[in-house]
Ligand binder design. Structure first.
Ligand code: ADP
Ligand code: ADP
Length: 224
């Protein structure tokens, strides 16, 4: 089965704005999948529905085979999400941030898992400093570690490199590739074609709440 499967997924916000017009989309397991589209296309809405942060208006969504309505806990446990904004307490240390997150997900041996993750994102030497003193790149890496704390099979990154400089973008790309090589299904949203092109093996284009293309990257590029 697929990592993510959407059938007729629709969202109309309270103010009448239709953000998603009944979209169908399958993300194969093991892929590095790009959701490409301009601002306002509906990418964040789609991710927020999968994350359980926005209620869909209609349709069906499954994550790793779990329907988000019938099995919300299993669906949620199957994804890690790196949001656009940096979200953690500036007066917590990276160690505390990850240990707390591990606790929320009931991860066994939380301290051990925390140290393992800090090593993986090369923050072990910053484990016990206030997070507010970290550089932008370190904060982003901490966000990825936080999303991976419960070892989900699917990692979703919302605009991972929006507003970051070239050096940091290269670092983040390399890190995403490492996670993918380790077997994680990765989905990222972006409005940069070059980012989707450089990283993704498959790209779906979202425009005004609709999927207007969904192809293997070389096929999509040959057409453009
Ligand atoms: P719903 O309960 O239907 O999911 P929300 O509670 O998420 O809707 O949104 C409440 C209101 O917040 C919306 O009706 C809208 O006026 C406003 N709002 C929040 N974010 C946005 C945005 N990105 N664009 C336009 N309006 C927004
Ligand atoms: P993207 O992530 O591709 O930029 P979004 O999913 O954030 O797109 O937004 C899709 C559309 O829905 C936009 O027109 C946006 O203004 C609108 N929107 C997003 N959140 C809300 C909200 N809470 N209330 C009303 N409209 C919203």
């Amino acid at each position: 089965s697929n990592a993510i499967s959407l059938k007729g997924l629709a969202k109309t916000y309270g103010n009448g704005k239709v953000a998603l017009h009944g979209i169908d989309l399958d993300v194969p397991r093991g892929s590095l999948f790009g959701l490409l589209g301009p601002n306002g296309a509906g990418k964040s809405t789609l991710i927020n529905i999968l994350a359980g942060m926005v209620n869909k208006s209609a349709g069906q969504a499954t994550v790793w085979g779990f329907d988000i309505d019938a099995h919300p806990r299993n669906a949620k446990a199957s994804i890690g999400i790196v949001p656009q904004e940096i979200l953690f307490d500036a007066f917590f240390t990276p160690f505390e941030t990850l240990e707390l997150q591990a606790g929320l997900f009931g991860v066994p041996r939380a301290k051990r898992r925390t140290m393992e993750l800090l090593r993986a994102v090369r923050l072990d030497d910053k484990a016990h400093v206030y997070s507010r003193t970290l550089s932008g790149g370190m904060k982003r890496r901490l966000m990825v570690a936080k999303a991976m704390v419960h070892n989900p099979p699917v990692l979703i990154l919302d605009e991972p490199t929006a507003g970051v400089d070239i050096e940091l973008r290269q670092q983040l790309w390399a890190y995403v590739k490492t996670l993918h090589a380790d077997g994680v299904t990765v989905i990222l949203t972006t409005h940069y074609l070059e980012e989707a092109e450089a990283l993704c093996d498959r790209i779906a284009i979202v425009d005004q709440g609709r999927i207007v293309a969904n192809e293997a990257t070389p096929v999509l590029l040959a057409r453009a």
